[in-house]
Design a binder for this molecule. Structure first.
Ligand SMILES: *Cc1c(COP(=O)(O)O)cnc(C)c1O
Length: 491
């Protein structure tokens, strides 16, 4: 078909025909990936064929060294960039991106604290043995039970998100005879994603308390929240202000603008109440490359760009610099993971006269990666078990679910001879894939296999079984026996 390696008419403009379809683009196939002498893709030296043989497919494969390196690099980048300004930095791993006890252990060993956003996430962090003082609890609708758990174990910070929550939490803290360390989530009116950020007067969203008054002359909801926390100072220890401006951010300007506005509120609080809030959190959202279309900057460059913006905001202020914290999730977990699928049906459909698209079905789909459906997210893939010299063909990698939108990789050039039984490797699935996975169509959720720096592999979350699928259906008397009862006797 495309012997001439011409661009396919259905291909998006950013997608180049690969000169060598076996190449592992270092933008998305970060250092842990290589091809061995047989042409097989390896993760920290372990061939994906071996991983598939031992653990089955689909499997999430997580490279421990990459996760640790990215966690450490993030922390060091911001520490180094902001130390000259006298700003101390703490980094909280946003565990919602990918949360298992092993992963949380890596994050804390690399000097990070842990962000959680529900009682369940908090429970996993506690089960991992994280010092509660290093855990933060977020959420726009925390239940009394979640807040009580946080108070009981003594988490390091609770990020309050509404006036009602301030009241609920102060009541609970009094009941428990403790003083809750709190941050106030504010909406600085900055929305940032990829290369651009938009500064708007108001934010039409559920999170946080606005920096803008509802009417001229009134206090902003954020300032009102500060007043409420200070009034309840017997029960609440107001540590500072928190914001989170978006996701997949590739530049420092949005963070700089958010910081400027949050620091102005800190200034207003000092002026009115003579209280210097010691902490400011600028949230997460640091971007990663999913395809050749993305061009994220190194985190050190973002930290470097942020420093003068912060210096500018602080210069205007008489107050001592606050401690700053950041909450990366995707940046750390995303590039650390990939998904290995087995190819099943391959089908070529005619889209218009003479224009064809090849559909490659794999043994998972939207249940293990909901991001394409949810966010129209793009991914890429390579043939994992071998190298092929067949001409590349524009392909769409799809799942096995009963949805035509069940797409894993919208557009990718893959060798013309990809066939049933081949393995595909989809990189950068470490964040928000397993975390968002479901049992749609009753597919058992894949396990997570970690690869240690020495190449040792370990299932850190086991694959679900049919027994797991049946376990909570109260009509099933014997989940383990339900299938075997129908098994044909061995002949
Ligand atoms: C989701 C979230 C993060 C992490 O976002 P990433 O894009 O994964 O870095 C950090 N902080 C808060 C409050 C969040 O909701």
């Amino acid at each position: 078909m495309s012997e001439t390696f011409e661009t396919h008419p259905l291909a998006p403009a950013w997608l180049a025909v690969p000169a060598d379809p076996a190449e592992l683009d270092p933008l998305v196939f970060t250092r842990q990936y290589t091809r061995d002498a047989d042409g097989c893709v390896c993760v920290s030296g372990v061939p994906v064929t071996e991983l598939a043989r031992q653990h089955g497919t689909p499997s999430y494969v997580l490279d421990e060294r990459t996760f640790r390196e990215r966690a450490r690099a993030f922390r060091e980048a911001f520490e180094d960039a902001l130390r000259p300004l006298g700003i101390e930095v703490a980094v909280y791993y946003a565990s919602k991106a990918l949360l298992t006890t092993a992963v949380v252990g890596w994050a804390t060993e690399e000097g990070l604290n842990v962000d959680t956003a529900s009682g369940g996430e908090l429970a996993v962090a506690l089960a991992a043995g994280v010092d509660p003082a290093r855990i933060a609890l977020h959420g726009n609708n925390k239940s009394a039970a979640e807040l009580e758990l946080a108070l009981r174990v003594g988490v390091g910070r609770i990020v309050v998100d509404s006036l009602a929550e301030i009241e609920l939490l102060s009541g609970l803290a009094r009941d428990w005879g403790t003083r809750a360390p709190v941050m106030i989530r504010v909406t600085p009116g900055v929305h940032a994603s990829t290369h651009e950020f938009i500064a708007t007067a108001h934010e039409d969203q559920k999170f946080g308390l606005s920096l803008n008054p509802a009417r001229d002359g009134e206090d902003s909801p954020a300032l009102t929240a500060v007043a409420a926390c200070l009034e309840a100072s017997d029960a609440l220890d107001l540590r500072g202000l928190h914001c989170h401006i978006g996701s997949q951010i590739f530049a420092a300007e949005g963070f700089g603008q958010a910081a400027e506005r949050v620091l102005a509120l800190r200034e207003a609080v000092a002026a009115r109440w003579d209280v210097v809030l010691p902490e400011v959190d600028l949230g997460g959202g640091h971007g990663v490359a999913y395809t050749a279309e993305d061009a994220p900057r190194e985190v050190a460059a973002i930290a470097g760009d942020l420093a003068p913006l912060l210096a500018e905001s602080l210069k205007a202020s008489e107050l001592p610099a606050p401690h700053l914290s950041f909450e990366p999730g995707r940046y750390i977990a995303g590039p650390s993971g990939c998904t290995v699928y087995t190819v099943g049906t391959v089908k070529t459909v005619t889209v218009a006269p003479g224009v064809q698209r090849r559909y490659i079905s794999v043994d998972g789909g939207m249940s293990d990666n909901a991001r394409p459906v949810l966010y129209d997210a793009d991914y890429t893939a390579v043939l994992g078990n071998r190298v092929s010299h067949e001409a590349p063909v524009l392909s769409r990698v799809v799942g096995k679910h009963c949805e035509s939108g069940d797409v894993v990789v919208k557009d990718v050039y893959l060798p013309g001879d990809v066939a049933a039984g081949d393995l595909l490797v989809v990189p950068v699935t470490g964040a928000y894939c397993w975390a968002l996975s479901s049992n749609y169509n009753w597919l058992p959720r894949p396990g997570i296999v970690s690869v240690a720096p020495d190449g040792a592999t370990r299932e850190i979350v086991r694959r679900e079984t049919v027994t797991d699928l049946l376990a909570r259906d109260t009509g099933v008397v014997d989940p383990a026996g339900a299938i075997t009862a129908h098994a044909r006797p061995a002949s």
